[in-house]
Design a protein around this ligand. Structure first.
Ligand code: DI6
Ligand code: FE
Length: 385
């Protein structure tokens, strides 16, 4: 797929060798085959989808808070009252690593059934050294149970745990000086994320965590400007972040800085819908500056209990007015960029042979249907999965 268009090939073929794409193009150009041939019977073949922002591993769920919000309570009110992220923290701390894996697998399966082959998973519900590492280990265990690549992000700077109540800065320092170096040295984190927000961490605290990530050689990403415009987009750009995510209220200057820095905007329409937000990301500024856009579920128990990346394709188009090409690039090429992965997200020779097959007449249908699942199957590292 090219950036400007999807680079569609009619009557195409893909060949794999050693888990990589050895040929992709018109069927007529397929080199004389030496192995097994599968007739895909007119299915559309896409790169395996990449869900680049999830909080898939957690204990419990928050359907009770969903009911409270229906009765009028706001997300911020619930969070300030000790619910929200902290209620999931309690359930996550209580769960064993095995229980966390067991709870995550059905959620992961829902994503995989739709053609996902790579998932990013964040910590951020442990909020202690022990529980953050437990969450990351549970995420790292998922590929042992399913045909999927998992990329992890340490999000210990997600909320202030009760042990540090009233001492937010001390907790941010603990994250930077203790949790982060430990997660890095144990090889449990591929990146570092933070929640920079009025109800979470300040720009300065976030910058301190990012400096620590830099010292440990880990790339950063950021939950930026979801509920308020706190200058998160510009901060992400300043640190050369892989991505800034949410961005409902990011200003045009921050978006321009991101475009320059190559920081991807990860759009999360499931959270917008769930919180009934009326602010939408500034797509026009992203287009004008060439800031790449990805789309993801933000699968989490509070603000985005979303188990369908295909549904996000639809919401990206209907809520945020993305084009079909922008939406599809957002769950493939640009989602790979948001994770710093250069070996996937595009059908090109030498890339990983992760594929998703769909029973649709045109790729636009992947964005058009709300619900239903046209995925016929997946190929993971060259093998049917
Ligand atoms: N933004 C989100 O949408 C999630 N975390 C964050 O920083 C929400 C997490 C939750 O409510 O459990
Ligand atoms: Fe999130």
């Amino acid at each position: 797929m090219r950036d400007d268009a999807l680079g569609l090939v009619e009557d195409g073929a893909v060949a794999a060798k050693d888990g990589r794409i050895a040929y992709v193009g018109p069927r007529a150009g397929l080199p004389a085959h030496q192995g097994h041939v599968t007739d895909c019977k007119g299915a559309w073949i896409l790169p395996g989808l990449i869900d680049c922002h999830t909080h898939l591993v957690f204990g419990g769920n928050r359907s009770g808070e969903f009911e409270k919000r229906l009765a009028g309570a706001s997300y911020e009110e619930i969070a300030r009252g000790g619910g929200g992220i902290l209620s999931t923290m309690r359930a996550t701390r209580e769960a064993t690593e095995e229980a966390l894996i067991g709870a995550a697998l059905p959620r992961l399966d829902a994503l995989l059934r739709e053609g996902v082959t790579t998932v990013e998973v964040k910590s951020g519900y442990g909020l202690s050294l022990k529980a953050e590492l437990k969450q990351l280990r549970a995420a790292r265990a998922l590929p042992g149970a399913r045909e999927v690549s998992v990329v992890t992000s340490l999000l210990a700077a997600h909320a202030v745990p009760p042990e540090y109540a009233g001492r937010r800065g001390d907790y941010a320092r603990f994250v930077a000086e203790e949790i982060l170096p430990r997660a890095a040295s144990e090889g449990l984190a591929d990146a570092v994320d933070a929640f920079c927000e009025s109800i979470a961490f300040t720009l300065d605290e976030t910058a301190m965590v990012f400096e620590a990530a830099r010292r440990c050689g880990l790339p950063v990403k950021l939950h930026a400007d979801q509920l308020t415009d706190g200058g998160g987009a510009a901060l992400a750009a300043r640190f050369g972040a892989l991505s800034a995510d949410h961005m409902e209220r990011s200003n045009a200057g921050g978006i321009a800085a991101m475009a320059k820095a190559g920081t991807v905007a990860v759009l999360l329409p499931g959270a917008t819908l769930t919180l009934r937000e009326t602010y939408f990301p500034d797509i026009a500024a992203m287009r004008a500056t060439g800031c790449r856009m990805a789309l993801s579920t933000d699968m989490n128990p509070g603000s985005s209990p979303v188990l369908s990346l295909l549904l996000m394709l639809n919401l990206g188009c209907t809520l945020f007015r993305l084009t079909v090409a922008e939406a599809l690039l957002g769950v493939t090429r640009h989602a790979a960029a948001a994770l710093g992965l250069k070996d996937r997200g595009v059908l090109e020779e030498g890339m990983r042979c992760d594929l998703a097959l769909y029973a649709v007449e045109q790729p636009a249908e992947l964005c058009y249907w709300l619900g239903g699942n046209p995925c016929l199957g997946r190929v993971f590292a060259g093998l049917p999965a």
